[in-house]
Design a protein. Sequence first.
Length: 94
Amino acid sequence: LMSVDMAPTEAAILSRVIRPDHGAWSKEAAESILRFDFAPDDLERMNVLAAKVRQGSLTSAEETELENYRHVGRLLELLQSKARISLKRLAGTT
């Protein structure tokens, strides 16, 4: 039986790899990761796809595209969470 901590979902696996609750990055690395963001064209595309979801007009290909954006967004969230914790821990040691 698989425990909750060992869930096989992509998000759970990424979380175990990145370990966002263990902030151990340098100040420079953490600050660099906090600057990661979607490009304006991607943000615009995500808004278009979200509007299509609300309208109920999303195609299968667009659903896959939106899911890809969600996956990248989750990865970005995990990385930036670890970066913030790293900076917080570094601030506490000075």
